[in-house]
Each structure stands twice: as C-alpha cells, then as structure tokens.
Design a binder for this molecule. Structure first.
Ligand SMILES: NC(=O)c1ccc[n+]([C@@H]2O[C@H](COP(=O)([O-])OP(=O)(O)OC[C@H]3O[C@@H](n4cnc5c(N)ncnc54)[C@H](OP(=O)(O)O)[C@@H]3O)[C@@H](O)[C@H]2O)c1
Length: 290
C-alpha cells in the first residue's frame, strides 16, 4: 500500500505520525510507503508535477491535508481571497481530478464551517447555508463550499475547531486559552486523535474513497464555549483575562459559522462512534502536562 499525504501542517503531521509510527496494520506487510509532502518539496499545486508523480508511482490513497486556514485566523481569507480560493477550491479540485484519472482513493480534509444557526443539526444532505450563496458568509467558508460543489471524486471529511492532546497553536483549546475575549456558542468540534483513528481504519480496511461523498467528522454532543472553559479551568488551564462578549464586539473582518453537525452518517454508514465532546476534551487535557 502506497499513501501520499499532502500538506505538512497541523492535521497532516498527525495523520503521517499515526500511519508511519503507531498504526497497527491488519497485515504486517500492508504498508509499503507513506510519502509526506509539503508544497516546497513537491509542488502538488502544479498538475503536471502531480501527473508525473502518479505516472511514476502507483498510490492507493492520497490524503489531502493542505488548505488555507488563515493566520492568525480565517479573517486573513478576506485579505487574500485569491489565495484562499486557490488553496481551498482549485488545488484540491485539481488533486481530486488527478486521483480520479489515475483511479486513486482520495481523502480530502476540509471544513464543516459551511453552516450557521441552530434550527437543526446539519446533515451532509443539507445545502450549506453559510457558503457560496450567502453574501454574509466568509471567503473561507465560500471556498470550502465551492470545493464541495465542484468535486466529483473522493471522500471529504468536514472537520471543525480541531483539538488534540497537545497545546498546539492550531488547537481550539490553545486558542481559547490565549484569547482574552470569548463568545459563548455551542459548536461541533473535532478531536484529532479520533480523526486519525478513522483514517487508519479506512486505509487498513482498504475501503474505497473514490465515490464523491461528504462526511461530517465531529464529536457528538458539542458543548458551549463556557462549558469548555470550565473543564479547562478545572484542569488548571485558564486565562485570568477571560471576558465574555458579544460576537459583534470582536470587530472581525469575516463572519463566523456557529452550528452543530449531525454525526448520524458517520455512525450508521461507517459504524464509527466518536467520543462525546466532553469525554474527548477531558482525555485531551489529561494528556497535556501543565
Ligand atoms: N486548523 C483548523 O482550525 C481547521 C478547522 C477546520 C478545518 N480545517 C481544515 O483542515 C485542513 C488542514 O488544516 P490544518 O489545520 O492542518 O492547517 P495548517 O496547519 O495551516 O496546514 C495546512 C497546509 O496547507 C498549506 N497552506 C496553508 N496555508 C497556506 C498559505 N497561506 N500558503 C501556502 N500554503 C498554505 C500548507 O501546506 P504545505 O505544508 O504543503 O506548505 C500547510 O501545511 C485544511 O483544509 C483546513 O481548512 C482546519
């Protein structure tokens, strides 16, 4: 089995570490190689470069963990709209088409921030209401929705507000710790060790990810921000400057998605049950030495 991981960022590193270091393969000889690439070493944004690689090596899975996330946050997407669309829409569409052409399983790590509001728990069947067709939505969310509309190959994992067992700068727990002003919403989030368990399961079982499919990949029973900060405080992780404000007071450049995603498809179609969010946060914090 040959696997290509694109994007050496937060999620890419977690997936690469699992597949190369701690995965327990059903057959010991199953994994032949994991090529873990960043754009600087191997320009996967160039379709000719990608085509040459696919012609010289047969991959079983391509896992695309690249994408514009914005620094320090998605507001940057408003200043860099072209780059945001390039990295979140056109590059992954190119990778997906190239995988289709070469009959390779494609897994695309994307975002569930394409909904807003609490009228329901959004399923994969629901048309995004915080995407391309909503002027109030962010360039980031529009670019993620545009990918979903354009792709016709591969499994798109919609993650949200990821967190993990380290105080990584991209983890929502680290972000909460470092923000002084907080807003209180319930939001679906993703425990990254659960995500890597899932990716390991898919490649271990050799499940096909060729057919176009969307999958909400978030932990069930999401909490309010204040419930998360309470758990953090109980574990000794708190910021004495925390102040609760209304979203409008933050003067952000872009609006934000606040929503709950349904995990029914993940549980029924993939028979994959994630930890409830509270349990996942407790587990993450137990592993963080303060
Ligand atoms: N982190 C989050 O809060 C979050 C939340 C929801 C969804 N997601 C999605 O999950 C996927 C992986 O995100 P991540 O957290 O691993 O993000 P990350 O740490 O920013 O890494 C993403 C990778 O994308 C490329 N990239 C990002 N910004 C770039 C820029 N300005 N210019 C050029 N290349 C850039 C880089 O690839 P190279 O290594 O090849 O240079 C980078 O390593 C993305 O699709 C993201 O939208 C993330």
């Amino acid at each position: 089995m040959n696997i290509l991981i694109l994007g050496k960022g937060y999620v890419g590193n977690y997936i690469n570490d699992r597949l190369t270091k701690t995965a327990s393969w059903e057959q010991p000889t199953k994994l032949a190689s994991v090529d873990f690439e960043s754009r600087k070493q191997f320009d996967y944004t160039n379709l000719n470069t990608l085509a040459k690689r696919f012609e010289s090596k047969k991959y079983d899975y391509v896992i695309n963990c690249s994408g514009f996330t914005g620094r320090p946050n998605v507001d940057q997407g408003e200043d860099k709209k072209e780059l945001c669309y390039k990295l979140n829409t056109f590059v992954p569409l190119g990778v997906s088409s190239m995988c289709k052409l070469h009959d390779i399983n494609y897994i695309h790590i994307s975002s569930g921030c394409v909904y807003n509001g609490y009228t329901k728990q959004y399923t994969e069947e629901d048309e995004p209401n915080f995407g391309l067709f909503n002027e109030e939505s962010s360039t980031y969310s529009k670019s993620k929705h545009a990918y979903e509309l354009g792709s016709d190959h591969g499994l798109t994992l919609r993650i949200r507000m990821p967190f993990c067992d380290k105080l990584h700068e991209r983890s929502v727990l680290t972000k909460l710790l470092n923000y002084d002003r907080l807003v209180n919403y319930v939001n679906s989030k993703t425990y990254i060790p659960d995500l890597v368990d899932f990716v390991e399961m898919i490649v271990n079982k050799g499940r096909s990810t060729k057919t176009k499919s969307l999958l909400n990949f978030v932990n069930p029973k999401p909490l309010l921000t204040v419930q998360v900060t309470d758990i953090m405080s109980n574990r000794g992780l708190c910021n004495t400057n925390w102040e609760w404000v209304q979203f409008e007071e933050l003067n952000t450049k872009a609006n934000r998605s606040n929503c709950i995603l349904s995990t029914e498809k993940l549980e029924k179609e993939y028979e994959f049950k994630l930890l409830d969010e509270e349990v996942a946060i407790e587990k993450a914090l137990a592993n963080i030495s303060i």
